[in-house]
Design a protein around this ligand. Structure first.
Ligand code: KG4
Ligand code: ZN
Length: 331
């Protein structure tokens, strides 16, 4: 089954051709226009998607040496995401599918993040605990063998990626903040500042707003003394606090739920400190760790196509695939 996957839920315009578990092409354009604003500006995002969607899809088809005719379906992200951005992808996918006479499959963005595990590691033989940590979500799931998922917990305030973005902005770093913080942190001391670890007693809920505020207060208290080294130390200490919480809860979920495999996906799972922390903790607890490569953790079209593929294997009737955009959803 050959599927064209299209992703426009936030600030990546992305397309991929995917065939029976294999990625034939995966083209991602990260919009540069938001860098100076310290976050995604929805109106700008939609306009940038409009400009990029045709060339990106064309490059994905060419990269896979696939004609429109050779496709079995077109899959597109329908939510959660920015409504204006989603509409561009859906309208384009709908017209393309209609003109080429191909079925159109709507895909959930969080499921797509989880599908990265299947692309990178094949079909997991066991249920697994999966952390989805992105700009909009910090969700912990138990994923069953048939690609069905049960939410164990999520953030009660900011998402992990959003916290990276906001702290980066406080430090005068560009958007997206995650990679910027990671780069600064490499020169800093993760034990220089003791920021709070927001490990809530309640099950698998996360909370990052207290940590964000602690960083804000620290910066305010040290106005005028923020050297390059202090920026690096703040970045490293902040990153360490986020990593400890994400690792602790993810590993605890696997142990509590008695599963032997853990995984992490979403943009924040591209972070090398988080990857190293998970690797150490998983090994210490005798758990297998499935970590897709960073390019499959951040937003892309291959995971969209893979989700449609996995979903249509569970239920061959494709009429249940939704096509209206949504900004949020309860899992
Ligand atoms: O999954 P994603 O590409 O898009 C959303 O669905 O939101 O995630 C983007 C988020 C941004 O907040 C970005 O700062 C964060 O993931 N991110 C990172 C890293 N790369 C991207 N956070 C920490 N370290 C990174 N290396
Ligand atoms: Zn995402």
């Amino acid at each position: 089954m050959r599927i064209l996957g299209i992703e426009t839920s936030c600030d990546e315009t992305a397309a991929s051709v995917f065939e029976d578990g294999k990625v034939l092409s995966n083209i991602v354009l990260s919009q540069e226009a938001h860098r100076e604003f310290g976050g995604v500006v929805p109106e700008i995002a939609s306009r940038e998607h409009l400009k990029a969607i045709v060339p990106i899809v064309r490059r994905a088809l060419e990269g896979a040496q696939a004609s429109l005719d050779s496709l079995d379906a077109v899959a597109v992200t329908v939510g959660p995401g920015l409504i204006g951005s989603l509409i561009v992808g859906i309208a384009f996918a709908r017209s393309l599918g209609f003109s080429a006479g191909k079925p159109l499959l709507g895909v959930d963005h969080i499921e797509a993040h989880i599908a990265a595990v299947y692309i990178a590691h094949g079909e997991p033989r066991e249920p697994f605990a999966c952390l989805v940590a992105s700009g909009g979500h910090t969700h912990l799931f138990l994923v069953e063998r048939d690609f069905s998922m049960r939410l164990l917990g999520s953030t009660s305030d900011d998402a992990a990626g959003e916290t990276f973005d906001k702290v980066a902005r406080m430090l005068g770093l560009a958007y997206p903040g995650g990679p910027e913080i990671e780069r600064e942190a490499a020169r800093g001391n993760p034990r220089a500042i003791s920021f709070p670890r927001p490990v809530l007693p309640r099950g698998y809920e996360f909370s990052f707003s207290g940590l964000k505020t602690a960083v804000r207060y620290f910066i305010d208290r040290h106005q005028g003394e923020i050297s390059r080294q202090l920026v690096a130390d703040i970045a490293a200490s902040f990153q360490q606090a986020v990593v400890e919480v994400l690792v602790e809860k993810t590993i605890r979920a696997a142990i509590d739920k008695n599963v032997k495999v853990v995984s992490a996906v979403g943009g924040v799972a591209a972070n090398s400190a988080l990857r190293a922390g998970l690797a150490r903790a998983a090994a210490a607890s005798g758990l297998e760790l499935l970590l897709p490569p960073p390019a499959l953790c951040t937003d892309n079209g291959a995971t969209v196509a893979a989700t449609a593929y996995l979903r249509s294997r569970v239920n061959r009737d494709t009429s249940h695939f939704p096509l209206s955009p949504y900004s949020t959803r309860a899992y």
